[in-house]
Ligand binder design. Sequence first.
Ligand code: ZN
Ligand code: ZN
Length: 203
Amino acid sequence: MSGAAPKDVALQCRCGAVRGIAHGVTPEIGNHCVCYCDDCQAFIKFLGRTADVLDANGGTDIFQLSPARIEFTAGRERVACVRLTPKGLARWYASCCNTPIGNTMATPGVPFVGLVRAFAPEPTGNAFGPIRTRVFRQFATGDRAAIPPNVQPQWRMLLRVLRLMLGWRLRGDHKRSPFFDAATGAPLAAPRVLTTSEREALR
Ligand SMILES: [Zn+2]
Ligand SMILES: [Zn+2]
């Protein structure tokens, strides 16, 4: 298999205040998927962006990659973080215009970010490749029969992502995340944890 040439993908929130680059992207360095899970839907609902970010079945288009490939070039101070539950993922967004950025673990030890496609609005020249897998279909809204079949089964996708993540960790990418301070592990922005009632309002 001949790999695609790596591309630097421009990242930008809707208003343009928060900008960045995803460096050296090819379909092979990450995992292009759509997630229908209720938490991803709740996050986009929290941001008030369901109409333009979610697909017809409530899915979020995500490219999972090493956070070491992400660089913020403008508006870092506008990057905010929310957690739907005290144990939930850290969900990052641009507070200027409520554009979702991505999802990470709440601590930097596991280098992983699910970059939300809405933060990469420019045509990427197919840098992310085709969608491999559509996960958590049981939470999909609308006509589920209209959801395309998976190119790769969900279990195989998970194995592949785990293998990628292990490689990122071994290469020290957890110390090169723009979402956490390399020395202290402190998050770029303190996460706001939703209250139970706030969370319920998003279901
Ligand atoms: Zn913005
Ligand atoms: Zn999800």
